[in-house]
Write a protein that binds this ligand. Structure first.
Ligand SMILES: [Ca+2]
Length: 110
């Protein structure tokens, strides 16, 4: 039995979200949240490679981008979402469509 195991290329052929010895294990990842959904984990050790929006061992934890200073406009605030984040203008400010900045409504020239 052992000789057959060693004669096989056991790791490289894994597909369909399997990994490990003889591809007998199923990837633990949330496949849609990984960079490679059809083979969501490492073929050898089963580790998950998450997209930019997700973290955690199984890629099921949302990254709170708002913890970093992601909205470049000081008159905007950040709202964390499950697929990234959104920047909104603070109260009293509106988004200037062409400049993509939050403008003070009271200073606006009509
Ligand atoms: Ca997020």
């Amino acid at each position: 039995m052992f000789s057959t195991i060693f004669n096989e290329r056991i790791f490289t052929a894994c597909s369909d979200n399997t990994y490990g010895d003889r591809c007998s294990l199923t990837c633990p990842c949330k496949a849609d949240n990984t960079k490679t959904p059809t083979q969501s984990c490492d073929r050898v050790n089963g580790s998950c490679l998450c997209t930019a929006f997700w973290k955690g061992i199984t890629c099921e934890e949302d990254i709170d981008e708002c913890k970093a200073d992601v909205c470049p406009d000081s008159n905007a605030f950040c709202h964390n979402t499950l697929l990234g984040y959104k920047c909104f203008c603070k109260k009293g400010f509106v988004l200037h469509e062409t400049r993509k900045l939050c403008e003070n409504v009271t200073k606006r020239k009509w």
